[in-house]
Design a protein around this ligand. Structure first.
Ligand code: SAM
Length: 190
């Protein structure tokens, strides 16, 4: 049974990840933050899989490293102090099963440091090349408050331009929820 009021963009994305990420997969968490998505991906890829997480803040990298150690996933995770727009330096094309982006600012961190369209869009473009055929990319777009609307507007303008012969883009906005509800998006690569 779904709890209507607490059901979130993250719940939708987690369900998609659970359905699609398999034991042994190579995954990328493009926005490590406090490490919850990295740890979740680690639980799905199992001992034979691997998760590489990116963040530009040392605080986020430290939190994520600590969480993966606490959860017993240290052997299957790597956490890098690096922008997600440089992820193509680490992987060959069509080798990654799943890439997650959870945009916005670091929870319990500085609200003035958040993801920006200038790096988010190049990172998505590069990430799509790294995805295997049949791979998925998930996005959660946060907007409003300190983050503003610039990144959200740019992403929602950019995503429909992706080649429909190669990608299916599914947006799932909460259309009658107030206060700028986060937008979950799934991209499937043919
Ligand atoms: N997935 C996280 C979790 O489970 O806690 C939440 C991520 S948080 C909403 C967004 C993160 O993106 C912040 O920690 C921020 O530092 C990071 N970020 C901002 N710009 C980035 C960039 N260019 N590359 C990688 N991470 C970035």
């Amino acid at each position: 049974m779904i709890n209507r009021t607490s059901f979130s963009a993250l719940d939708i994305i987690r369900r998609v990840l659970e359905e699609n990420v398999k034991e042994g997969d190579i995954c990328v968490d493009a926005t490590a933050g406090r490490g919850h998505d990295t740890a979740f991906l680690c639980s799905l890829v199992g001992e034979s899989g691997h998760v590489t997480a990116f963040d530009i803040q040392q605080d986020a990298v430290d939190s994520t490293k600590q969480l993966v150690v606490e959860k017993g996933y240290a052997d299957r995770a790597e956490v890098l102090l690096k922008s997600h727009s440089e992820m193509d330096e680490l992987f060959d094309e069509e080798t990654v099963s799943c890439i997650t982006f959870n945009f916005g600012w670091l929870p319990r961190g500085d609200h003035n440091i958040f993801t920006r369209k200038e790096t988010s869009i190049p990172a998505i473009e590069k990430g799509l090349k790294l995805l295997k055929h049949g791979g998925i990319m998930t996005l959660i777009i946060y907007y409003g408050r300190e983050t503003g609307f610039e990144e959200k507007d740019a992403l929602l303008e950019y995503l429909p331009t992706l080649d429909s012969n190669k990608y299916t883009v599914i947006e799932m906005p909460f259309v009658n929820r107030p206060n700028c509800p986060p937008i979950p998006i799934v991209i499937i690569k043919d």
